[in-house]
Design a protein around this ligand. Structure first.
Ligand code: CP
Length: 315
């Protein structure tokens, strides 16, 4: 009997802006089916046995790099982590040439993080093997948004109709952009909240509402996703000072006290305690920050599994 189940045909995952609602739902459903594997005594299935995954990170990472490695190993793939600092990148090799050489070494999937927006797309166009974007400049961080949305759906049972606030450095945040694409495609109402200097021009065209007042933004929120203040990207010295930011936008117990009692507090990490939120909130009953990290494994298993299938179909 014919089914209407969506099929995955892409060899790469570059961003959520490219994906349909059905493709996002397929990743989430696949992740649900994989989550249970991490609770088994033997946390491994043979789905990617014989495949090779290369982690190529040009920027620091803890959660994303480690969870891609764990996800690949749960699927029985071989994993190579390229230490960019001690690689031939330091001798001037381009990203495309590094990718071509990794392909020549018979890798099947490259997971790439780079400080340039579009780096993953450029690599994908040069290579026949799969490319997964683990964060490119200010552009997208699709697997972070997928794990945020997965966690939210797990907690709330749905995404459509939820009121989600994204607070913080929206201007420089690939996490914000991917979350906005994903959440709006799945029918959530998204508010971005920050001082004007941290809100990019024309962000409303992505289907979000802007607020500069965190108390007002939190009033009807089902969830708040608190972004890291990326002070390292403050090239013009235009960011508010840390204490000023915390005073005006920091998520505190007092501010949460005026929001819905069961509001979900998320943060992609790494967290600056006392700047984006108080420790009381980060470690409190509403926080799902560490559940997000755990869910990153299942989501990244789903992504690796699907792009590997997509590559087979594209050959
Ligand atoms: N959220 C996130 O991307 O964390 P890492 O930089 O530690 O990977």
């Amino acid at each position: 009997m014919a089914t209407n189940k969506p099929k995955w045909i892409r060899k790469d995952l570059l961003g959520l802006g490219d994906l349909s609602r059905e493709e996002i739902e397929l990743i989430l459903d696949t992740a649900y089916s994989f989550k249970e594997i991490s609770t088994r005594q033997i946390k491994k299935v043979p789905a990617l046995r014989g495949k090779m995954v290369v982690n190529l990170f040009y920027e620091p990472s803890t959660r994303t790099r480690v969870s891609f490695e764990v996800a690949a190993k749960r699927l029985s793939a071989d994993v190579i982590n390229v230490a960019v600092e001690t690689s031939s990148v330091k001798k001037g090799e381009t990203l495309a040439d590094t990718g071509r050489n990794i392909q020549a070494l018979k890798a099947d999937i490259i997971v790439v993080r780079h400080n340039c927006s579009g780096a993953a797309l450029m690599l994908a166009r040069h290579l026949d093997i799969s490319v997964v974007n683990a964060g490119d400049g200010w552009h997208e961080h699709p697997t972070q948004a997928l794990l945020d949305i997965f966690t939210l759906k797990e907690k709330m049972g749905k995404i459509s109709g939820l009121n989600v606030v994204i607070v913080g450095d929206i201007a420089h945040s690939r996490v914000a952009r991917s979350n906005i694409w994903g959440l709006t495609k799945l029918g959530a109402n998204v508010v971005v909240c920050a001082p004007p200097v941290l809100i990019p021009a024309a962000i409303e065209q992505m289907g979000v509402r802007i607020s500069h007042n965190i108390e007002e933004a939190l009033e009807n929120a089902d969830a708040v996703n608190v972004l890291r203040m990326q002070f390292e990207r403050d090239e013009l010295g235009a960011f508010p000072k840390q204490m000023e930011y915390f005073r005006n936008f920091g998520i505190t117990k007092e501010r949460l006290g005026k929001a819905k009692r069961d509001i979900i507090v998320m943060h992609p990490g790494p967290l600056n305690r006392g700047i984006e939120m108080s420790s009381e909130v980060a470690d409190g009953a509403n926080s799902v920050i560490l559940e997000q990290v755990t869910n990153g494994i299942a989501v990244r298993m789903a992504v690796l599994f699907l792009v590997a299938q997509g590559r087979e179909k594209s050959r």
